[in-house]
Design a binder for this molecule. Structure first.
Ligand SMILES: Cc1cc2nc3c(=O)[nH]c(=O)nc-3n(C[C@H](O)[C@H](O)[C@H](O)COP(=O)(O)OP(=O)(O)OC[C@H]3O[C@@H](n4cnc5c(N)ncnc54)[C@H](O)[C@@H]3O)c2cc1C
Length: 285
Protein backbone atom coordinates (compact mmCIF):
# COMPACT_ATOMS: atom_id res chain seq x y z
CA UNK A 1 0.00 0.00 0.00
CA UNK A 2 1.28 3.46 -0.91
CA UNK A 3 1.88 5.83 2.00
CA UNK A 4 -0.78 8.28 0.79
CA UNK A 5 -3.38 5.54 0.53
CA UNK A 6 -2.47 4.35 3.99
CA UNK A 7 -3.17 7.73 5.54
CA UNK A 8 -6.39 8.06 3.58
CA UNK A 9 -7.94 5.10 5.45
CA UNK A 10 -10.63 6.39 7.76
CA UNK A 11 -10.86 4.62 11.12
CA UNK A 12 -13.98 5.02 13.20
CA UNK A 13 -12.13 3.94 16.33
CA UNK A 14 -8.58 3.04 17.25
CA UNK A 15 -7.48 0.75 20.07
CA UNK A 16 -3.87 1.61 20.79
CA UNK A 17 -1.67 -0.95 22.57
CA UNK A 18 1.81 0.27 21.78
CA UNK A 19 3.38 -0.54 25.15
CA UNK A 20 5.97 1.42 27.11
CA UNK A 21 9.10 3.52 26.69
CA UNK A 22 11.98 1.64 28.35
CA UNK A 23 14.05 1.91 25.18
CA UNK A 24 14.37 5.66 25.75
CA UNK A 25 16.88 4.62 28.41
CA UNK A 26 15.82 7.43 30.74
CA UNK A 27 18.84 8.78 32.67
CA UNK A 28 21.02 6.31 30.78
CA UNK A 29 19.58 3.27 32.53
CA UNK A 30 19.60 -0.11 30.87
CA UNK A 31 16.18 -1.71 30.38
CA UNK A 32 14.32 -5.01 30.42
CA UNK A 33 12.05 -3.78 27.62
CA UNK A 34 12.06 -4.99 24.02
CA UNK A 35 13.30 -2.74 21.23
CA UNK A 36 9.79 -1.65 20.24
CA UNK A 37 9.24 0.04 23.62
CA UNK A 38 9.88 3.57 22.36
CA UNK A 39 6.87 5.40 23.78
CA UNK A 40 5.26 6.00 20.36
CA UNK A 41 1.69 5.70 21.61
CA UNK A 42 2.26 8.08 24.51
CA UNK A 43 3.70 10.70 22.18
CA UNK A 44 1.01 10.27 19.51
CA UNK A 45 -1.81 10.46 22.06
CA UNK A 46 -0.28 13.42 23.86
CA UNK A 47 0.23 15.35 20.65
CA UNK A 48 -3.39 14.72 19.75
CA UNK A 49 -4.49 16.23 23.06
CA UNK A 50 -4.86 13.28 25.49
CA UNK A 51 -3.59 14.10 29.00
CA UNK A 52 -0.82 12.04 30.55
CA UNK A 53 -0.79 10.88 34.17
CA UNK A 54 1.97 9.63 36.49
CA UNK A 55 4.57 10.13 33.77
CA UNK A 56 7.09 11.27 36.36
CA UNK A 57 7.14 7.82 37.97
CA UNK A 58 9.19 4.96 36.56
CA UNK A 59 9.73 1.52 38.02
CA UNK A 60 13.24 0.08 38.08
CA UNK A 61 13.64 -3.64 38.49
CA UNK A 62 16.36 -3.93 41.15
CA UNK A 63 18.24 -6.85 39.65
CA UNK A 64 19.17 -6.39 36.00
CA UNK A 65 22.28 -8.00 34.55
CA UNK A 66 25.06 -5.40 34.33
CA UNK A 67 27.74 -7.86 33.21
CA UNK A 68 28.32 -9.53 30.74
CA UNK A 69 27.47 -6.51 28.64
CA UNK A 70 25.82 -8.59 25.86
CA UNK A 71 23.11 -9.44 28.41
CA UNK A 72 22.83 -5.94 29.95
CA UNK A 73 19.40 -5.03 31.28
CA UNK A 74 18.00 -8.58 31.33
CA UNK A 75 15.90 -9.16 34.41
CA UNK A 76 16.90 -11.57 37.16
CA UNK A 77 13.67 -12.59 38.80
CA UNK A 78 12.86 -12.07 42.50
CA UNK A 79 12.83 -15.84 42.81
CA UNK A 80 16.61 -15.90 43.26
CA UNK A 81 16.46 -13.49 46.17
CA UNK A 82 13.53 -15.46 47.53
CA UNK A 83 15.65 -18.62 47.37
CA UNK A 84 18.42 -17.08 49.44
CA UNK A 85 20.67 -15.06 47.09
CA UNK A 86 21.68 -11.98 49.07
CA UNK A 87 22.67 -8.58 47.68
CA UNK A 88 26.22 -7.80 48.78
CA UNK A 89 28.52 -4.84 48.19
CA UNK A 90 32.23 -4.61 47.35
CA UNK A 91 33.13 -5.42 50.98
CA UNK A 92 30.89 -8.49 51.01
CA UNK A 93 28.31 -6.79 53.25
CA UNK A 94 24.59 -7.43 52.77
CA UNK A 95 23.10 -4.02 51.96
CA UNK A 96 19.32 -4.47 52.17
CA UNK A 97 16.69 -6.96 53.28
CA UNK A 98 16.01 -8.90 50.07
CA UNK A 99 12.26 -9.10 50.83
CA UNK A 100 11.69 -5.34 50.48
CA UNK A 101 9.61 -4.03 47.53
CA UNK A 102 11.28 -3.27 44.20
CA UNK A 103 11.62 0.47 44.73
CA UNK A 104 13.35 0.02 48.10
CA UNK A 105 15.72 -2.62 46.68
CA UNK A 106 16.56 -0.52 43.62
CA UNK A 107 17.14 2.65 45.65
CA UNK A 108 19.39 0.77 48.08
CA UNK A 109 21.53 -0.62 45.24
CA UNK A 110 21.88 2.75 43.53
CA UNK A 111 22.74 4.44 46.84
CA UNK A 112 25.33 1.78 47.66
CA UNK A 113 27.07 2.31 44.32
CA UNK A 114 26.66 6.04 43.76
CA UNK A 115 26.63 7.53 47.28
CA UNK A 116 28.45 4.99 49.46
CA UNK A 117 30.95 4.11 46.72
CA UNK A 118 30.73 0.43 47.60
CA UNK A 119 29.75 -0.93 44.19
CA UNK A 120 31.71 -3.67 42.46
CA UNK A 121 33.46 -2.46 39.26
CA UNK A 122 32.58 -4.56 36.24
CA UNK A 123 35.15 -5.48 33.56
CA UNK A 124 33.33 -3.02 31.26
CA UNK A 125 33.79 -0.04 33.59
CA UNK A 126 30.36 0.03 35.23
CA UNK A 127 29.32 -0.56 38.81
CA UNK A 128 27.21 -3.38 40.11
CA UNK A 129 26.23 -5.25 43.24
CA UNK A 130 26.75 -8.96 43.75
CA UNK A 131 23.68 -11.19 43.76
CA UNK A 132 25.02 -14.09 45.74
CA UNK A 133 23.53 -17.04 43.83
CA UNK A 134 25.98 -19.63 45.29
CA UNK A 135 24.25 -19.01 48.64
CA UNK A 136 21.17 -20.76 47.19
CA UNK A 137 23.12 -24.01 46.96
CA UNK A 138 24.60 -23.51 50.43
CA UNK A 139 21.04 -23.32 51.80
CA UNK A 140 19.62 -26.10 49.62
CA UNK A 141 21.20 -28.88 47.56
CA UNK A 142 23.95 -28.84 44.98
CA UNK A 143 22.41 -28.40 41.53
CA UNK A 144 19.48 -26.28 42.78
CA UNK A 145 20.46 -23.19 40.77
CA UNK A 146 20.60 -25.12 37.49
CA UNK A 147 17.39 -26.98 38.30
CA UNK A 148 15.36 -23.97 39.48
CA UNK A 149 16.77 -21.27 37.18
CA UNK A 150 17.85 -23.14 34.03
CA UNK A 151 17.45 -20.15 31.68
CA UNK A 152 19.81 -17.88 33.59
CA UNK A 153 22.19 -20.76 34.34
CA UNK A 154 22.56 -21.48 30.61
CA UNK A 155 22.76 -17.78 29.67
CA UNK A 156 25.70 -17.17 32.03
CA UNK A 157 27.36 -20.48 31.07
CA UNK A 158 27.62 -19.16 27.50
CA UNK A 159 29.91 -16.47 28.88
CA UNK A 160 31.92 -18.95 30.97
CA UNK A 161 30.26 -17.98 34.26
CA UNK A 162 28.85 -20.67 36.56
CA UNK A 163 26.29 -18.84 38.71
CA UNK A 164 26.08 -21.74 41.14
CA UNK A 165 29.74 -21.01 41.99
CA UNK A 166 30.11 -17.26 41.28
CA UNK A 167 27.75 -14.40 42.19
CA UNK A 168 26.07 -12.39 39.44
CA UNK A 169 26.71 -8.68 38.94
CA UNK A 170 23.48 -6.71 38.86
CA UNK A 171 22.20 -3.11 38.81
CA UNK A 172 18.68 -1.63 38.59
CA UNK A 173 17.16 -1.73 35.10
CA UNK A 174 14.24 0.31 33.69
CA UNK A 175 11.27 -2.00 33.77
CA UNK A 176 7.92 -0.23 33.74
CA UNK A 177 6.64 3.30 33.39
CA UNK A 178 3.63 3.74 35.64
CA UNK A 179 2.53 6.78 33.71
CA UNK A 180 1.01 7.07 30.27
CA UNK A 181 -2.11 8.41 28.57
CA UNK A 182 -4.97 8.91 30.99
CA UNK A 183 -7.19 5.84 30.88
CA UNK A 184 -10.89 5.89 31.70
CA UNK A 185 -12.62 2.92 33.29
CA UNK A 186 -14.20 1.84 30.00
CA UNK A 187 -10.93 1.96 28.05
CA UNK A 188 -11.52 5.39 26.50
CA UNK A 189 -9.21 8.36 26.45
CA UNK A 190 -10.63 11.87 26.40
CA UNK A 191 -10.24 11.80 22.59
CA UNK A 192 -13.35 10.52 20.81
CA UNK A 193 -12.64 7.17 19.17
CA UNK A 194 -9.24 6.60 20.80
CA UNK A 195 -9.17 3.59 23.12
CA UNK A 196 -6.12 2.21 24.88
CA UNK A 197 -4.99 -0.95 26.61
CA UNK A 198 -1.83 -2.10 28.36
CA UNK A 199 1.20 -0.03 29.18
CA UNK A 200 0.14 2.89 26.99
CA UNK A 201 -2.69 3.41 29.50
CA UNK A 202 -1.67 5.23 32.65
CA UNK A 203 -3.15 5.41 36.12
CA UNK A 204 -4.16 1.80 36.75
CA UNK A 205 -1.24 1.18 39.08
CA UNK A 206 -0.92 4.66 40.55
CA UNK A 207 2.68 5.77 41.10
CA UNK A 208 4.09 2.33 41.88
CA UNK A 209 2.93 -0.90 40.23
CA UNK A 210 3.00 -4.06 42.31
CA UNK A 211 4.87 -6.90 40.64
CA UNK A 212 2.85 -9.39 38.62
CA UNK A 213 -0.13 -7.10 38.03
CA UNK A 214 0.63 -5.92 34.51
CA UNK A 215 -0.29 -9.08 32.63
CA UNK A 216 -3.61 -8.94 34.41
CA UNK A 217 -4.18 -5.34 33.34
CA UNK A 218 -3.39 -5.99 29.66
CA UNK A 219 -5.89 -8.85 29.54
CA UNK A 220 -8.61 -6.96 31.41
CA UNK A 221 -8.21 -3.71 29.48
CA UNK A 222 -7.69 -5.50 26.17
CA UNK A 223 -11.18 -6.92 26.62
CA UNK A 224 -12.77 -3.75 28.02
CA UNK A 225 -11.27 -1.44 25.38
CA UNK A 226 -12.11 -3.87 22.58
CA UNK A 227 -15.73 -4.10 23.72
CA UNK A 228 -16.03 -0.32 24.25
CA UNK A 229 -14.62 0.45 20.82
CA UNK A 230 -17.06 -1.97 19.19
CA UNK A 231 -19.93 -0.29 21.01
CA UNK A 232 -18.61 3.09 19.93
CA UNK A 233 -18.47 2.05 16.27
CA UNK A 234 -21.93 0.49 16.40
CA UNK A 235 -23.49 3.49 18.14
CA UNK A 236 -24.45 6.84 16.76
CA UNK A 237 -21.52 9.20 16.73
CA UNK A 238 -22.33 12.52 18.31
CA UNK A 239 -18.80 13.80 18.52
CA UNK A 240 -19.26 16.31 15.71
CA UNK A 241 -16.53 17.71 13.52
CA UNK A 242 -12.84 17.38 14.36
CA UNK A 243 -11.42 20.33 16.29
CA UNK A 244 -8.46 21.43 18.40
CA UNK A 245 -10.34 22.89 21.39
CA UNK A 246 -8.77 20.35 23.74
CA UNK A 247 -5.27 21.44 22.71
CA UNK A 248 -6.22 25.14 23.10
CA UNK A 249 -7.63 24.67 26.58
CA UNK A 250 -4.58 22.66 27.65
CA UNK A 251 -2.31 25.30 26.20
CA UNK A 252 -4.06 28.08 28.16
CA UNK A 253 -3.99 25.94 31.33
CA UNK A 254 -0.20 25.66 31.24
CA UNK A 255 0.42 29.13 29.83
CA UNK A 256 3.35 30.83 31.56
CA UNK A 257 3.98 27.96 33.98
CA UNK A 258 6.15 25.68 31.89
CA UNK A 259 9.02 25.91 29.48
CA UNK A 260 7.86 26.04 25.87
CA UNK A 261 9.42 22.69 24.93
CA UNK A 262 6.88 20.64 26.87
CA UNK A 263 5.74 18.42 24.02
CA UNK A 264 7.71 15.18 24.33
CA UNK A 265 10.07 14.66 21.43
CA UNK A 266 11.02 11.02 21.32
CA UNK A 267 13.46 11.64 18.47
CA UNK A 268 15.64 13.38 21.05
CA UNK A 269 16.08 11.00 24.04
CA UNK A 270 17.90 13.61 26.13
CA UNK A 271 15.15 16.18 25.73
CA UNK A 272 12.46 13.54 26.40
CA UNK A 273 14.33 12.52 29.54
CA UNK A 274 14.45 16.10 30.81
CA UNK A 275 10.77 16.53 30.09
CA UNK A 276 9.95 13.36 31.95
CA UNK A 277 12.11 13.92 34.95
CA UNK A 278 12.23 17.64 35.62
CA UNK A 279 9.84 20.06 37.19
CA UNK A 280 8.27 20.72 33.76
CA UNK A 281 6.11 17.71 34.41
CA UNK A 282 5.60 18.52 38.08
CA UNK A 283 4.19 21.95 37.20
CA UNK A 284 1.27 20.53 35.27
CA UNK A 285 0.81 17.25 37.14
C1 LIG B 1 11.32 -9.24 31.21
C2 LIG B 1 9.93 -8.85 31.62
C3 LIG B 1 9.24 -9.65 32.51
C4 LIG B 1 7.95 -9.30 32.92
N1 LIG B 1 7.30 -10.11 33.78
C5 LIG B 1 6.04 -9.81 34.14
C6 LIG B 1 5.31 -10.66 35.01
O1 LIG B 1 5.80 -11.70 35.44
N2 LIG B 1 4.05 -10.31 35.35
C7 LIG B 1 3.47 -9.15 34.90
O2 LIG B 1 2.33 -8.88 35.22
N3 LIG B 1 4.14 -8.32 34.08
C8 LIG B 1 5.40 -8.62 33.68
N4 LIG B 1 6.09 -7.78 32.86
C9 LIG B 1 5.43 -6.57 32.36
C10 LIG B 1 4.51 -6.92 31.18
O3 LIG B 1 5.12 -7.90 30.38
C11 LIG B 1 4.27 -5.68 30.33
O4 LIG B 1 3.81 -4.65 31.13
C12 LIG B 1 3.24 -5.99 29.25
O5 LIG B 1 3.73 -6.99 28.39
C13 LIG B 1 2.92 -4.77 28.43
O6 LIG B 1 2.03 -5.17 27.41
P1 LIG B 1 1.60 -4.16 26.30
O7 LIG B 1 0.74 -4.96 25.35
O8 LIG B 1 1.06 -2.92 26.86
O9 LIG B 1 2.96 -3.76 25.54
P2 LIG B 1 3.96 -4.67 24.70
O10 LIG B 1 3.88 -6.10 25.10
O11 LIG B 1 5.27 -3.98 24.77
O12 LIG B 1 3.36 -4.59 23.22
C14 LIG B 1 3.38 -3.37 22.49
C15 LIG B 1 3.51 -3.72 21.01
O13 LIG B 1 3.29 -2.54 20.23
C16 LIG B 1 4.32 -2.46 19.24
N5 LIG B 1 4.50 -1.04 18.85
C17 LIG B 1 5.11 -0.06 19.56
N6 LIG B 1 5.09 1.10 18.88
C18 LIG B 1 4.46 0.83 17.70
C19 LIG B 1 4.12 1.63 16.56
N7 LIG B 1 4.43 2.94 16.49
N8 LIG B 1 3.47 1.04 15.54
C20 LIG B 1 3.14 -0.30 15.59
N9 LIG B 1 3.44 -1.10 16.65
C21 LIG B 1 4.09 -0.53 17.68
C22 LIG B 1 5.55 -3.04 19.91
O14 LIG B 1 6.50 -3.44 18.98
C23 LIG B 1 4.91 -4.23 20.65
O15 LIG B 1 4.78 -5.35 19.83
C24 LIG B 1 7.37 -8.12 32.43
C25 LIG B 1 8.06 -7.31 31.52
C26 LIG B 1 9.33 -7.67 31.13
C27 LIG B 1 10.05 -6.78 30.16
Amino acid sequence: METQEYFAVEAKAVVMATGGCGRLHIQGFMTTNHHGATGDGIVMGYRAGAPVVFLHTVQYHPTGIVFPEQAEGILITEKLRGSGANLVNFDGEQLVNEREPRDVEAASIIKECVVENKGVPTPTGKLGIRLDSPMIEMLADEGTVQKESPGKYILYKRFGIDISKEPMLIYPTLHYQNGSLELQADGRTCLPGLFIAGKVGGGIHGANRLMGSSLLDIVVYGRISGASSAEYIAGEHTDGALHLDHARSYSSEIDGRVAPALIPDYTDPELWERQLTTSYVGNVR
